[in-house]
Unconditional design. Structure first.
Length: 265
C-alpha cells in the first residue's frame, strides 16, 4: 500500500471513529434532561433585562476601569524598565515578576479582605476591581509596551533629536504613537483577559446592583436550580470577547504585533 493510500485509510478511520462517537452521544444522551438543565426558556426569560442592564454593564465598567488604570501604570513601568537609572529598572523588574507570578485571585483577596484587616483600609468594590485588575494587567502590558517601544526604528528617535526635540518630547510625540500601533493586537488580547478576570469580584460582597455576569449567573443558578443562567452569562461574555478577538486579528493583520517573553497568562 502506497503512502497516499495509507494516509487516506488513516483519515477514513479517524472519520469513522468520530461518527461512531457522535452517534453514541446522540443516542445515549438524555436530551430531555439536557434541555431542562441548559435551555429552560422560562428561566431564560426571567434573566432579562437584568442580565444586560446590570450584569453585562457592570462587567464592562469593571473591565474598563481596570484596563485604564493598568495601561497607565504599564506605560510608567515600561519606561522605568528602559531607564538608564538602575534602581528604576530594578523596581520595574521586581514589580513585573511579582505580579506576573501571582494569581489575580490572590490580589482580589488581598484588596478585598487583607487590606481592611491588616491596615484598616476599606476599598469600595469599584476601587477593588480597578486596583486588582490594573496591578495584574500592568505587569503583562508593561512588557508588551516595552517591546513595542524597542521595535520603533532608532532612526526615528535620532531624527527627532536632530530636530531639537527633548528626550521626553521624542518619547511622547514620536516613539509612543508608533509603538502603540505595533502593540494594539496584544493589548486587545489583554483586554479580553481582563474581561474574564473581572469575574473574580464575585468573591466580594456585592449588592444586586453591583452584580457582574459571573455573580449574576451564580445567584440565578441557586434561585432556579438550572444551568440556563450560567449559559446566558457565558453567552454574554462571548458577546464581549468574540468581537474583541476579531478586532485583534484585524489589527494584527494591519499593523503586525509583538511577542514578549511571558506575555501570556
Amino acid at each position: 500500500m502506497g503512502r497516499r493510500q495509507r494516509a487516506r485509510l488513516n483519515l477514513g478511520i479517524q472519520y469513522a471513529v468520530l461518527v461512531v462517537v457522535l452517534a453514541l452521544v446522540i443516542f445515549l444522551a438524555d436530551w430531555g434532561q439536557i434541555g431542562r438543565a441548559f435551555f429552560n426558556l422560562e428561566v431564560a426569560k426571567a434573566q432579562f433585562p437584568d442580565v444586560i442592564t446590570t450584569a453585562l454593564l457592570n462587567t464592562l465598567i469593571y473591565t474598563a476601569v481596570g484596563f485604564a488604570f493598568g495601561l497607565g501604570l504599564a506605560i510608567v513601568l515600561a519606561l522605568m524598565k528602559m531607564s538608564p537609572v538602575a534602581p528604576y529598572r530594578w523596581i520595574a523588574t521586581g514589580y513585573i515578576e511579582l505580579f506576573r507570578g501571582l494569581p489575580a485571585l490572590l490580589v482580589f483577596i488581598a484588596f478585598g479582605y487583607g487590606m481592611p484587616i491588616a491596615f484598616g483600609l476599606k476599598f469600595n468594590n469599584l476601587s477593588t476591581v480597578m486596583l486588582s485588575l490594573g496591578l495584574v494587567g500592568a505587569a503583562y502590558m508593561a512588557e508588551t509596551i516595552r517591546a513595542g517601544i524597542q521595535a520603533v526604528p532608532k532612526g526615528q528617535v535620532e531624527a527627532a533629536r536632530s530636530l531639537g526635540m527633548s528626550s521626553s518630547r521624542t518619547m511622547v510625540t514620536v516613539v509612543l504613537p508608533q509603538a502603540f500601533r505595533i502593540i494594539l493586537p496584544p493589548l486587545t488580547n489583554e483586554l479580553i483577559l481582563l474581561t474574564k478576570d473581572s469575574s473574580l469580584i464575585y468573591l466580594l460582597g456585592l449588592s444586586v446592583g453591583q452584580y457582574e455576569l459571573a455573580k449574576f449567573g451564580r445567584g440565578a443558578l441557586n434561585q432556579y436550580q438550572s444551568l440556563t443562567p450560567i449559559l446566558i452569562a457565558g453567552l454574554c461574555y462571548l458577546i464581549i470577547t468574540i468581537p474583541l478577538s476579531r478586532v485583534s486579528d484585524l489589527l494584527e493583520r494591519k499593523f503586525g504585533g509583538v511577542r514578549t517573553k511571558g506575555a501570556t497568562k
